[in-house]
Design a protein around this ligand. Structure first.
Ligand code: DGJ
Length: 307
């Protein structure tokens, strides 16, 4: 494989073996100088577990294998083959030394009705992860989700609840394995695909509207405290096709390691009938008086942040 030196949003993104990266609805962990990209392993439609890739430069990705595989031969298992695993996010717990994965789980044969969060753990970044449990956090439905690790190590689970009408934030226990009772609704505007980041002491939450695999308009909300109040800054996408987030849906905002103020907006350009071929839209986050925003860039690299 020829070495890649740039991001090309929407293009096939070959891993080091030449295969299009299969890590949709992804999240990113940065640990000891390496990035780990976790995402949904998809066939055309089927959910096949959670894949993990690693990279030192964010352009070239090595496939590390299946981080969490559905269980074979026990149809009643919470993660039996036929279940749906979406939007995995992994955080490292300094206290326990464990890598903790949370993801959205739907049970085999039950459509999207289970609406559970699930937890898996590993002693290494790439796994394989061991499934721990699945549940509705504090009894609340949990579909699209992300994790956010704040300075000081507190981790928050951000999730679409009450049939996606509520967006909730719940602080996790010190071991990151469970929800706590620090749990609030931040808005009730029927939104999903949360991605949360912090810049200049301010929290930014990007979400999408709810239209299945079809792209829609994003919204950014900001707050000085993670508990709110949150206020809307409107659509962070600017320019042509801003009304569909450039044909994509948010999944994560990645702080570039060692570059203060450099963030990458990561989104999925879903192909609902060929999910494995869905594309990745990575764009630099920009800031001005109007807040955080993203514009389409055909091809770019990290030197973009030197400007
Ligand atoms: C939109 C969500 O954001 C995706 O993660 C996925 O759950 C699809 N809906 C399923 O239609």
């Amino acid at each position: 494989m020829e070495e890649l030196r740039s991001f090309r949003p929407g293009a096939i993104w070959p891993d080091s073996s030449g295969a299009h990266i299969n890590a949709h609805g992804g999240g990113m962990l940065y640990q000891d100088g390496r990035y780990y990209w976790f995402g949904e392993k998809r066939a055309a439609r089927r959910s096949e577990g959670i894949n993990v890739y690693s990279s030192g430069d964010l352009y070239n990705w090595q496939y590390e294998g299946v981080a969490l595989e559905p269980v074979e031969g026990d149809a009643d298992h919470e993660i039996a083959w036929g279940c749906v695993m979406e939007r995995p996010k992994v955080v490292f717990n300094e206290g326990t030394g464990k890598y903790v994965m949370w993801f959205h789980l739907e049970l085999r044969g039950k459509g999207y009705s289970a609406a559970r969060a699930a937890v898996a753990v590993s002693d290494t970044a790439t796994g394989p992860y061991k499934f721990v449990k699945s549940f509705r956090p504090n009894g609340n439905m949990s579909r699209d989700m992300t994790l956010f690790k704040d300075e000081g190590g507190a981790v928050y689970h951000v999730f679409a609840s009450r049939d996606n009408f509520d967006m909730r934030i719940c602080q996790l226990s010190d071991d990151y394995l469970s929800p706590t009772d620090r749990d609030v609704v931040i808005h009730s505007d029927h939104r999903e695909a949360p991605a949360l980041f912090k810049h200049g002491g301010k929290y930014y939450l990007i979400t999408s509207a709810c239209s299945g695999w079809r792209a829609n308009e994003a919204r950014a909300d900001t707050a000085d405290s993670i508990w709110g109040p949150w206020s809307s800054e409107g659509n962070p996408a600017r320019g042509p096709e801003a009304e569909t987030t450039f044909g994509s849906q948010s999944t994560h905002v990645l702080p570039v390691a060692g570059r203060e103020g450099a963030f990458i907006f990561m989104a999925d350009r879903w192909k609902g009938h060929d999910l494995i071929d869905s594309r990745y839209i990575w764009l630099p986050v920009q800031f001005d008086d109007g807040g955080a925003f993203v514009e389409w860039v055909e091809e770019w690299d990290l030197s973009w942040f030197d400007k």
